[in-house]
Design a protein around this ligand. Sequence first.
Ligand SMILES: Cc1cc2nc3c(=O)[nH]c(=O)nc-3n(C[C@H](O)[C@H](O)[C@H](O)COP(=O)(O)OP(=O)(O)OC[C@H]3O[C@@H](n4cnc5c(N)ncnc54)[C@H](O)[C@@H]3O)c2cc1C
Ligand code: SF4
Ligand code: SF4
Length: 417
Amino acid sequence: MSHPVLIIGAGVAGMTAAVELADSGIQTILVERKTTVGGNALDLYKAFPTDDCFYCFEGNRWRPGIRKCFYRSALLDQPNLVLKTNTTIKEISGEPGSFTVVLSVGPQYVDAAKCIMCGVCLEHSKAFDIVSPQCQPQAVTYDPSKADDGAKRAAEECPTKAIDLDAEPSEETVNVADVIVATGYHEMQPVNIDEYGYGKIPNVITQLELAQMLDPNGVAGGVLTRPSDGEPVRSVMMVQCVGSRDENYYPYCSKICCVFALKHANIIVLERENISVSVVYMDIRTYDRHERYYREAREAGVNFIRGRVQIVRPSTSGGVEVVVYDSLLDRYLRFDADLFVLSSALEAPEGGSEIIKALGLRESSGFVAPANPESEERVIVGDHVYACGTALGPAEVPESVTQARAVVSKILQSRRG
Ligand SMILES: Cc1cc2nc3c(=O)[nH]c(=O)nc-3n(C[C@H](O)[C@H](O)[C@H](O)COP(=O)(O)OP(=O)(O)OC[C@H]3O[C@@H](n4cnc5c(N)ncnc54)[C@H](O)[C@@H]3O)c2cc1C
Ligand code: SF4
Ligand code: SF4
């Protein structure tokens, strides 16, 4: 008898669990609500702790000894693995060990098996897009809300007839023995924190947006320019703990934002010419082996200011005027930055609480909580229900991968026993 496993979320954690379960001979259904797998890691450019490009992340070891393009190598040609993109969970019923799950499958406008990424549709209509050159499945996406006159022509001229503009959503029911929640995180959009001007002042951005600007494969081609007027960036100011460690938003420390802010500061100072970087912080929390990013940043001349940001407003030079209270100097300092970058909290993803409720799990600040808070088995969150990666709270990739492997090992052990 086959005992399939359902994995919700195809970020690094969900993909790791899926590939390793399937490699162990277990039927695995990997459900992803977006049209491409990879989750947040697709947008992060370089990765700590190895400084690799995120597509060749050593910490993953998707295939031992092969570090290239894990998104492609891991998910192809695996008969035990069914990947369902553009799909969400509608309903979960049944009992532990025998769940019945109704999947909502979104319209499959582009048949990924037929698309050869030739780009013909992209020339005709803005409704078609390539999420990333490395996207998996290797196919363009179609957004019906952007449909224009060229969309029909694109469908007609597609050489492989991969496009169906009339595609409809559907439902599918699957029966599974175990469920793994790998729904990940969302970078908080700090629109409600008025003092930082996010969403109002164009040169105020988040770290995830900065990562996309730094990426040579991104829309900006890796060149830092001011969103307001396209002028070259000469100075960057970052502010830590935006929405984290704050009783008005999230009381917890988001754990990895000090490290990724320093990663970005080092990339800018060491790899771009004549750009200064300042970081405003309460404490720098570079845990474990990541202390080296702090040391390198100080050696590279990144300016650290311990204090609080008081005022953020557009400056007369076209940048952002920032007034900071420096608690070490006990003085107010005034800066003119071209880019003001917010290290925003990592929060639970939209729809996460519905899945937590449907599976009867415990919850902590919106994330999935371990079934037994006293136990060290963090990944066991219910009877035949597991969680891994940032679905359990902020975590780096190696930790997410380690948790995914812990889940695989628990499932294999339970089936042997
Ligand atoms: C700016 C920034 C820089 C970072 N840099 C680094 C770094 O250099 N090194 C490092 O180790 N870590 C870094 N991280 C952390 C890294 O992004 C995470 O550790 C990693 O992406 C977590 O993977 P995950 O699979 O847990 O979650 P995610 O990447 O969030 O994936 C979750 C997936 O689940 C899907 N999903 C969610 N809900 C549903 C649902 N209901 N149904 C179906 N699918 C669903 C999502 O669409 C997504 O694809 C950084 C984070 C940020 C914000
Ligand atoms: S025209 Fe067809 S095959 Fe070419 S990229 Fe578009 S959908 Fe894919
Ligand atoms: S990791 Fe750093 S920036 Fe993030 S919440 Fe914790 S102390 Fe603040």
